[in-house]
Write a protein that binds this ligand. Structure first.
Ligand SMILES: NC(=O)c1ccc[n+]([C@@H]2O[C@H](COP(=O)([O-])OP(=O)(O)OC[C@H]3O[C@@H](n4cnc5c(N)ncnc54)[C@H](OP(=O)(O)O)[C@@H]3O)[C@@H](O)[C@H]2O)c1
Length: 216
């Protein structure tokens, strides 16, 4: 995020305002997890594949008895996930979609060719249930969530976050309509979330902080 807490601009366009070191840091965090989780808003806009480009990180995973790439998990309530996105054109790691029966039939048919689709009967995905499914069905013990804001906020509301890796980039964007880490919602979180600062690193003009989230 920027020094004033913004994660993108008001257009939600993919903006590149962090360094190569930050991008390498993101990949290193992704490479530690059994699964990487992303909200459909971020997937749609950033069109990411969620891979691990560095071979040595994949080798470290294998040495830790993990699969070479983390499982790729997409979450969407509405389910109108574009099957032509880049992620669906790659098969280096399985893709799992958690959505609801709101997903239109034609999307279900197209997406089931590329991913495992879990649809719940409710209007929104129960994130705690989703994590239980990942644990039970896919043996996932650690999840790296790469946002976006709406998904991160929903996880915080359910007290499902253990750690926050935060990079503060040397920019100020301003603007009420540019989302912060927890999005644009005017609502307070159900309770303020207490964090404990575990580590801090400075590289150039960027600050890399690791917070442990103290559970309620
Ligand atoms: N600076 C950074 O580090 C960073 C990181 C990530 C993202 N971003 C930026 O953030 C912007 C996207 O923000 P966003 O808040 O829209 O992202 P988001 O949380 O990725 O996407 C929101 C969408 O994800 C699905 N979703 C979110 N929470 C859910 C839940 N609890 N259950 C089921 N589905 C859920 C919904 O999809 P449906 O509408 O399909 O139901 C929702 O509309 C992009 O511009 C991206 O570039 C920046």
């Amino acid at each position: 995020m920027t020094a004033d807490g913004k994660i993108t601009t008001r257009t939600f366009a993919p903006v590149d305002f962090t360094s190569r070191e930050d991008k390498a840091h993101l990949i290193r965090q992704r490479a530690l997890a059994d699964a990487v989780l992303i909200g459909y808003g971020t997937l749609k806009r950033d069109n990411v594949r969620l891979g691990i480009p560095r071979e040595e990180l994949r080798e470290e995973r294998i040495a830790r008895k993990q699969t070479p790439y983390p499982l790729r998990v997409i979450v969407s309530n509405e389910g109108k996930i574009d099957p032509t996105l880049n992620i669906f054109q790659t098969d280096f790691a399985p893709i799992v979609i958690f959505s609801t029966t709101r997903m239109p039939r034609r999307y279900q048919t197209a997406l089931r060719k590329k991913a495992t689709v879990h649809l719940s009967e409710s209007t929104s995905v129960d994130l705690a249930w989703m994590l239980q499914q990942l644990r039970r069905e896919y043996k996932v013990r650690s999840v790296a969530c790469e946002g976006g804001a709406q998904l991160f906020r929903a996880l915080l509301e359910r007290d499902l976050v253990d750690q926050l890796n935060l990079t503060i980039a040397p920019f100020l964007f301003g603007g009420r309509d540019a989302p912060t880490l927890t999005g644009l919602s005017k609502q307070f979180l159900p309770a303020s979330v207490r964090c404990s600062l575990k580590a801090v690193r400075v590289v150039g003009d960027e600050l890399f902080a690791t917070y442990r989230i103290l559970h309620r």
